[in-house]
Write a protein that binds this ligand. Structure first.
Ligand code: ADE
Length: 320
């Protein structure tokens, strides 16, 4: 029987990230055989690569419950305390976007992670009292797109740090095929390959494109079969090009070429031109543009490469 959930539940079903899986599998087995909680894990890398999914997989493999939250959702130390209070021995506490925790909350995590207790001060002045809360041993799994934004005391309390990488086309293809089974829809091999090619190394994008392509097949194909033709039509409508670049990707490159002669130009300047947040561009768009060789970072700002000119159909002139 096929498990009807889109997200993999165990390491064995998790596609890609093979080195990371191999490492984690050792740490999980070792912790289990010692009957200890797993050391704290920091997962970092671009968005959409499956950090949350992997955290849940780790909890499943450890056979423990997982409490889930995010940096921006925890505003006060009391919010964190409430979550810590729910934990049983060995449980996972997952904090997405952990770089966005308020400072006071982050500081409370230091003792919680290192020695499994928190001290809280209640009352004021002469009436102030310190309360000491012991905690069960637990595993903090933090996820972040920007590990450099974590304070170094927090970063150093993670015994396991893992870099999530962009997926290979073959891996994305496997993910799309898996999704088509989960959704009980038929997809031709060239079609899943095409989706994989245009998903910029990211399972979240592959799955989103798959769902939209499937909609087109549902409406335009009698048998609902997802073939290469309908896939290409759908991707054209979605304005995702052969390199997987979407409208904003192309606008970023276009702005740099048209208004800044290809750079160097600062990220905040580009962001202001496009009415986007600099962090959105930096975390969600730039990593892939750099990885694909369209943009380079220099000490004076970002520059577009010959490849970007070529991709957008502009003539390229070497610097005089
Ligand atoms: N769905 C999304 N990401 C996945 C992955 N890495 N493996 C299997 N299915 C997925």
């Amino acid at each position: 029987a096929f498990d009807l959930s889109l997200r993999p539940q165990f390491l064995g079903e998790y596609i890609g990230q093979s080195e990371l899986k191999a490492e984690l599998s050792v740490y999980i087995q070792a912790a289990q055989s010692r009957e200890e909680s797993l050391d704290h894990v920091l997962l970092y890398g671009p968005p959409g690569l499956g950090k949350t999914t992997l955290a849940k997989v780790i909890a499943n493999e450890m056979q423990v419950n997982m409490q889930s939250t995010s940096g921006p959702a925890i505003e006060k130390t009391g919010d964190l305390l409430a979550l810590l209070n729910e934990l049983e021995a060995g449980d996972v506490l997952f904090i997405d976007e952990i770089h966005r925790l308020p400072r006071s909350v982050e500081e409370m995590l230091y003792s919680a992670m290192e020695d499994f207790y928190v001290d809280i001060i209640i009352g004021q002045d002469e009436g102030a009292r310190a309360l000491h809360f012991p905690l069960p041993p637990f595993t903090l799994i933090g996820a972040t797109t920007r590990p450099g934004a974590l304070s170094s005391p927090l970063r150093h309390r993670f015994g396991i740090m893992e870099h999530m990488r962009y997926y290979q086309v073959e891996e994305l293809e496997e993910i799309v095929k898996r999704s088509s089974q989960v959704f009980d829809s038929e997809i031709a091999s060239p079609a899943s390959h095409e989706i994989a090619l245009r998903s910029r190394g990211t399972p979240r994008i592959a799955n989103r494109l798959f769902r939209r392509v499937r909609d087109f097949a549902q409406v335009y194909r009698d048998n609902h079969m997802i073939d290469l033709d309908i896939t290409r039509q759908a991707l054209t409508v979605l304005q995702v090009d052969e390199k997987g670049l979407d409208q904003l990707d192309r606008k970023i490159l276009d702005t740099m070429i048209k208004f800044y002669q290809g750079g160097p130009v600062g990220l905040t300047t580009i962001a202001a031109n496009l009415s986007e947040e600099a962090t959105t561009i930096e975390d969600m768009y730039e990593p892939y543009l750099i990885q694909q060789g369209f943009i380079q970072r220099t000490p004076r700002g970002r520059v577009v490469t010959a490849l970007a000119y070529q991709h957008l159909g502009y003539p390229y002139q070497e610097d005089e």
